[in-house]
Design a protein around this ligand. Structure first.
Ligand code: NIG
Ligand code: FE
Length: 405
């Protein structure tokens, strides 16, 4: 379908999930100049209301474009060997402490050029787009030197220029301690604070700063130094927290006004309360839970009770979630974490957008940017219920149909 941002397009008779709820009746949706310009119940709809707009499609389920708010999409190499070691009983932590895990991807990523990283990452990005993603976050964290972290962030930015998708970038310099800093973690944290964060901010390469607050990552005190540097440079804050143990990383992040705390399997009630008070989004990563065969469930019922918004993301990465099928994450969020299909979809749209500090995205309301998906299914819940690639009929980015079968 030929289309341009100045054309008026009309979708007729769609079952609409607006990012939070399914609307009670079939709808007509007008898109003009990159935005949702009109929403009408289909019954009694008068096409003259849409001022001669061209019909883009009739029928199907429409959702906001999916927001994948937590990925490590840029890396070189793979960790299939470690997958087998874990199946034979080795733990993720033991592999990491023996110099594998994240550091194995660091070795491969340091050795790769920007072009090689683009070539390795594009197929993964294309898989996300084919399953409905219109906005995603990409973290660094496999470089762990100033030059290699900036290289990863530049690759992430370039990916957003190569495809019709919005990419937000997050500096995750505090992902693991690089071997050349063994025994000198505080010196490495100083490098992150005094060199990496300022350089990424100066070059406009990062939208946010993330940390891995964990026994095999960084201590809360070290994370706090990094948050202070991030704030001083006007960057948003995020955390990998409470994934393998409870160090209070989510409450710490919330106290710095973090956009999100992610993983949070070991989060306790005090942490939930701190997140609720700060408006910090809970990012659930069922892919990592599934691949690591974890058993400690995130405190879903407490998050509901305190009204903490729950996002769902792929965590696409070579170690704990080598999965680039976002609708599978909706399924896993339901089957493993007992989210409702409605919660899972809101987690991949409205709440995912909030976790990136972009609350105008992930919604289908008049005036919102027209990032939309049209699916060949009968009900929105099918996206979480059935695991099946190829259900996306149209993907609309900024009002332009970019993918149509
Ligand atoms: O989100 N937990 C830390 N970071 C990633 C895994 C990175 C890796 O193993 O390469 C995660 O699970
Ligand atoms: Fe992650």
């Amino acid at each position: 379908m030929a289309s341009s941002q100045t054309t008026r397009w009309l979708w007729r008779n769609v079952t609409l999930f607006d990012g939070l709820e399914q609307l009670p009746e079939a709808m007509a949706v007008l898109v003009e100049q990159g935005r949702v310009a009109g929403l009408w119940p289909e019954s009694g709809f008068d096409p003259s209301l849409a001022g001669g707009a061209q019909e883009a499609a009739n029928g199907g389920v429409m959702t906001p474009g999916l927001v994948d708010c937590h990925t490590h999409l840029v890396y070189a190499g793979d960790r299939a060997g470690e997958f087998e070691m874990r199946l034979e009983g080795a733990s993720y932590e033991a592999i990491a402490r023996a110099g594998g895990g994240i550091l194995s991807s660091v070795r491969a990523t340091r050795a790769a050029s920007e072009d090689e990283l683009i070539a390795a990452s594009l197929p993964r990005l294309d898989a996300l787009l084919a399953d409905g993603v219109t906005t995603l976050e990409i973290k660094s964290g496999y470089g762990l030197s100033v030059a290699d972290e900036l290289k990863m962030l530049r690759v992430a930015r370039r990916l957003g220029e190569l495809r019709p998708v919005r990419v937000l970038t997050t500096l995750l310099g505090a992902h693991a301690l690089p071997p050349e800093y063994a025994g000198r973690a505080d010196a490495y944290v100083s490098l992150v604070c005094d060199a990496m964060i300022p350089a990424a901010a100066r070059e406009g390469l990062a939208d946010a700063v993330d940390v891995f607050c964990e026994g095999i990552g960084f201590s809360p005190a070290q994370c706090e130094c990094i948050y202070q540097a991030a704030q001083a440079h006007g960057l948003a804050i995020k955390a990998h927290a409470e994934q393998l143990s409870n160090l209070g990383g989510s409450a710490l992040a919330a106290s710095y006004g973090a956009l999100s705390a992610d993983h949070i399997e070991y989060l306790d009630e005090a942490g939930v309360q701190a997140m609720a008070e700060a408006g910090t989004v809970a990012v659930l990563l069922p892919g990592a839970f599934h691949v690591l065969r974890e058993t400690q469930l995130p405190p879903i019922e407490l998050l509901r009770q305190y009204g903490v918004p729950m996002a769902v993301a792929s965590d696409a990465n070579p170690g704990t979630s080598p999965i680039c099928l976002p609708t599978l994450m909706a399924n896993l969020a339901c089957t493993l974490f007992r989210l409702t299909p409605r919660e899972a979809l809101a987690g991949m749209t409205a709440h995912g957008a909030r976790a990136l500090g972009l609350p105008e995205l992930g919604r289908i309301v008049v005036g919102a940017p027209a990032d939309l998906c049209l699916w060949d299914i009968q009900h929105p819940a099918e996206l979480a219920y059935a695991v099946q690639a190829g259900r996306l009929r149209q993907r609309v980015f900024n009002g332009v149909v970019t993918y149509a079968r």
